[in-house]
Design a protein. Structure first.
Length: 279
């Protein structure tokens, strides 16, 4: 008898929810135990720690909730098989079919890069192929190693030939990333151009010549993540730190990689808990 995919998905969600509840309870217990140890110090009034306990418990609860939400998205991405149902295909607009032709070569072109990509809402009956999520792994042997970084890609409306907008989940310490997470420098070495990153130019002309142009764009971003272009800075703090104190910059990038350690079940990026706890 064939297994019921909906029942399997339901059981999987229940298991994940149970794991999340157990982890949330364990974290809360650890917080309370740590504060109890501090409260045992006679030099510290116990009453002064009550507000701290409440704030920490709320912060960790919020962090774990965000983490659980992102892990579920990662589970969906793990199951993405590059196939569209007949119903999904029938609902695609001319604009989305054009985007699909740009994205489809990624299935082969990105196979050995470690980069994973999926539509943001791929399990919905009505797809929006204008919005994609990309997971970029840090290169081995660099300070970025161990992290997997989440990049949202949004294609412009209509049949525009402008470059898609690429935005990392902020904050991301990098000279070519704006504080908002938007990637500020979008060259693609395979296509020489002097045009502005936000205009059409060579990008528009490249479609008939290079079907894999979007995959190459993502690979370029991955390369530039590890090799910043200092004459095109978008983030002053990261630029100044790398320019004046490269050693400290690498240390901060390593800390960032730890914060972006991927989900052990999927290998994909999730929102880092460390960022949620920042004041």
């Amino acid at each position: 008898m064939a297994s019921d995919p909906f029942l399997a998905a339901s059981n999987k969600r229940k298991r994940l929810d149970a794991e999340d509840d157990a982890e949330r309870e364990r974290t809360s217990s650890l917080i309370r135990r740590a504060i109890a140890l501090v409260a045992a110090n006679p030099e510290i009034p116990a009453t002064s720690l009550q507000p701290v306990l409440g704030i920490l418990a709320e912060a960790h609860g919020s962090a774990l909730f965000d983490e659980a939400s992102n892990l579920r998205s990662a589970d969906q991405a793990e199951e993405w098989n590059w196939e569209l149902s007949k119903e999904q295909i029938s609902r695609l607009s001319e604009e989305e079919l054009t985007i699909w032709k740009d994205v489809l070569p990624c299935r082969v072109a990105l196979a050995h890069t470690g980069i994973k990509i999926h539509p943001v809402n791929w399990k919905m009956p009505v797809l929006d192929l204008r919005q994609w999520q990309v997971h970029i792994p840090g290169r081995q042997g660099t300070s970025w190693e161990g992290g997997v970084y989440s990049l949202d890609v949004i294609f412009p409306p209509g049949l525009s030939e402008d470059l898609p907008r690429c935005r990392f989940l902020a904050p991301l310490l990098h000279p070519n990333t704006y504080p908002s997470g938007t990637w500020g420098y979008l060259p693609f070495p395979e296509i020489s151009t002097s045009d502005s990153p936000r205009t059409s130019g060579a990008w528009a002309k490249s479609r008939p010549e290079d079907p894999a142009r979007f995959a190459k764009l993502l690979c370029s971003i991955k390369n530039l993540l590890h090799e910043p272009v200092l004459d095109k800075p978008s983030q002053s703090d990261a630029y100044t730190l790398l320019k004046n104190d490269p050693k400290r910059y690498e240390e901060k990038v390593k800390e960032q990689a730890i914060a972006w350690t991927p989900c052990p079940r999927t290998g994909l990026a999730g929102r880092p808990i460390l960022q949620t706890l920042k004041p």
